[in-house]
Design a protein. Structure first.
Length: 241
């Protein structure tokens, strides 16, 4: 029995589901199939969108059919179990000082940790980018250490500042824009996570990895000014496969 299922979405999209949980092995399969389909350049396919546990294939129904794409999916789905390359590990500066992290003291108290221990746990973890969503460039990253896993806030904010580094359940993220949000804010990054004028658009991509580097307020301001001058890109390197 297949460990995935294919669902029709309206008359011009298919959804391939691999499971019902947030899991790295499932994410690897989603991203591997996304990469395979993008490289295959199947006629009529207009967009391939990866999520935590599924893949959406949008297509032009005047060029191809759902049945034809289903056959292609069955042919490609077991060719690889993880994306083959092109993914990067990023070093992202973050200031965790209380004036940059309005919820960090509350989180420390709830976790029965010091603020320094919260920073050490959060910054000491390498995160996997599962998907981009909510707003352009918003990275859903896991997996947050167990001691820092808390439900979303009971009182969501109507305005979360851009660059806010946040946690909720097993996820961490950075808000690219000012927007509403119900996650706990434990730091701020000066990095630009989405630039409509750039060819890349979103800084991060599904399958990338992220390490957060604590910086002092003075260093935060220095990097922020460099970002405003378009004179700063976070350090990154290709992930070995």
């Amino acid at each position: 029995m297949a460990d995935f299922r294919i669902l029709k979405a309206a008359d011009s999209a298919l959804v391939i589901e691999f499971g019902s949980t947030i899991d790295r092995k499932i994410s690897d399969r989603v991203l591997a199939l996304a990469e395979t389909l993008e490289h295959a350049k199947l006629p009529g396919v207009t967009e391939v969108i990866a999520t935590f546990r599924s893949l959406s294939i949008n297509y032009d129904s005047l060029v191809t059919t759902g049945n034809e794409l289903e056959q292609a999916v069955h042919a490609f789905i077991n060719q690889s179990t993880r994306a083959s390359g092109g993914k990067r590990i990023w070093e992202i500066p973050v200031c965790y000082e209380p004036e940059f992290a309005p919820d960090i003291e509350e989180i420390a108290k709830a976790a029965k940790l010091s603020v320094e221990e919260v920073v050490s746990l959060h910054a000491g973890t390498q995160y996997h980018v599962y998907m981009i969503g909510f707003v352009p460039g918003f990275p859903y990253m896991g997996d947050v250490p167990e001691k820092l896993r808390f439900p979303r806030r009971s009182d969501p904010r109507t305005r979360v500042p851009p660059g806010s580094v946040a946690i909720a359940t097993s996820m961490t993220a950075v808000y690219p824009y000012e927007s509403p949000g119900g996650w706990h804010l434990i730091g701020t990054s000066p990095v630009r996570f989405f630039d409509a004028a750039s060819a890349r658009g979103a800084l991060l991509a599904p399958g990338d990895a992220v390490k957060f580097n604590p910086v002092a307020p003075a260093e935060f301001e220095r990097i922020k000014l460099a970002v405003q001058r378009n004179d700063y890109v976070p350090d990154s390197s290709e992930i070995a496969t």
